[in-house]
Design a protein around this ligand. Structure first.
Ligand SMILES: CC(C)(COP(=O)(O)OP(=O)(O)OC[C@H]1O[C@@H](n2cnc3c(N)ncnc32)[C@H](O)[C@@H]1OP(=O)(O)O)[C@@H](O)C(=O)NCCC(=O)NCCS
Length: 182
């Protein structure tokens, strides 16, 4: 696999690079598409990048070098989540698939107690949704009007997840969506 996750130190060694990454790139499908330096610094100070619930990594690609940022979130919850952000230069090349596979491998290998890994995105983040599907993640929820949009109409929030057993077998199991009749 060409992807390595390199744990970063948000408070000391990597603070400048982290602030640079977050303020230099645009994140059109995040709640805050243009994080300001002060906001990133405040989040770092609050422990949002590394504390009991969060841990952050640079995404390193054997050919391209550093291509983005990944944070595991909700570590104390039975179902951790993540925040994945490729550097603008490396989007649109299909690299997200190998990154999500590497993140899943990392979590399930490092944390034998975890059996679910979940992610949510806006319904119009097609690139992320295709990435989920290509990695064998299953759509489990579609929260209509669940994602507020600043200055616009809310969009749906869509949730995908992968089970440890599906990751182990490489087979995505599913369920009957409408399992009751009214
Ligand atoms: C989301 C992200 C990880 C996806 O990874 P990526 O490798 O850049 O994904 P791509 O842009 O190559 O898109 C994957 C597929 O979706 C397709 N796609 C993307 N946007 C599309 C659109 N609006 N309509 C139709 N198809 C679209 C691409 O064409 C591609 O399919 P293809 O390989 O058949 O051409 C990456 O773009 C990123 O970091 N974006 C910014 C941060 C973000 O939104 N993170 C998600 C938060 S959970």
């Amino acid at each position: 696999m060409p992807i390595t996750l390199v744990r970063l130190d948000p408070v000391e060694d990597d603070q400048d690079a982290l602030v640079d990454f977050m303020t230099r790139n645009e994140f059109p499908f995040h709640a805050n598409p243009h994080p300001a330096r002060k906001a990133v610094e405040a989040a770092i100070a609050k422990g949002a990048y590394r504390d009991e619930d969060n841990d952050s990594f640079w995404i390193h690609h054997t050919e391209h070098g550093r291509i983005g940022f990944l944070r595991f979130e909700d570590f104390r919850d039975p179902t951790p989540m993540f925040d994945l952000r490729l550097d603008g230069r490396f989007r649109g090349r299909g690299l997200g698939v190998e990154v999500l596979q590497a993140a899943t491998h990392h979590l399930f290998t490092a944390r034998p107690d975890i059996h679910r890994f979940e992610g949510q995105t806006r319904e119009d983040n097609i690139a992320m949704r295709k990435t989920f599907m290509r990695c064998g993640w299953l759509k489990e929820a579609h929260y209509r009007e669940g994602w507020p949009v600043h200055g616009g109409e809310p969009v749906a929030s869509v949730a995908y997840a992968i089970l440890r057993r599906d990751w182990e077998t490489g087979q995505t199991t599913t369920f009957v969506w409408e399992d009751l009749t009214a």
